[in-house]
Ligand binder design. Structure first.
Ligand code: FES
Ligand code: FES
Length: 166
């Protein structure tokens, strides 16, 4: 099958590759760029484990072709921590508030929460729950995921974090 040359900025670096037109963005990220943070959790576009940030929007990377992301700016969970390894407030929040168990949903959940906090820096619990409703978690019951996002929102705004994880 004829391949197309695509280029995009991924986690601050330019990436260029030849891909088949049928290659999904999730497969391009995982198999050609070795970014295995975004996961494949379903065949139905429901789970959100593959969520990445693309040009300022949360995108389920299993639902678009890599060629559709040509020229885009993409951030995966690998791109969140600082260059010196300091975790992003969301990563710290998920660790501190026990926002994960198996962790399979976590990279997508964190990337969705990242965009949510970009759009609303002080979301209510209801807004958080609605905001992550496209991301499924089989393990946690969501309570500590919500707390992890609240932790990150508080940390980013400089507000003390009070509530303990359950
Ligand atoms: S892998 Fe489940 S929504 Fe993309
Ligand atoms: S922590 Fe296991 S699916 Fe969310």
């Amino acid at each position: 099958m004829a391949k197309s040359r695509i280029s995009m900025t991924v986690n601050g670096r330019s990436a260029e590759a030849l891909v088949e037109p049928r290659t999904l963005l999730i497969h391009f990220l995982r198999e050609q760029l070795d970014l295995t943070g975004p996961h494949i959790g379903c065949d139905t576009s429901h789970c959100g484990a593959c969520t990445v940030d693309l040009d300022g929007k949360s995108v389920k990377s299993c639902t678009m072709f890599a060629v559709q992301a040509d020229g885009a700016t993409v951030t995966t969970v690998e791109g969140l921590a600082a260059a010196d390894g300091t975790l992003h407030a969301l990563q710290e929040g998920f660790r501190e508030m026990h926002g994960l168990q198996c962790g399979f949903c976590t990279p997508g959940m964190i990337m969705r929460a990242y965009r949510l906090l970009q759009e609303n820096s002080s979301p209510s619990e209801e807004e958080i729950r609605f905001g992550i409703s496209g991301n499924l978690c089989r393990c946690t019951g969501y309570q500590n995921i919500v707390k992890a996002i609240q932790y990150a929102a508080a940390k980013i705004s400089g507000t003390p974090v009070r509530e303990a994880a359950e």
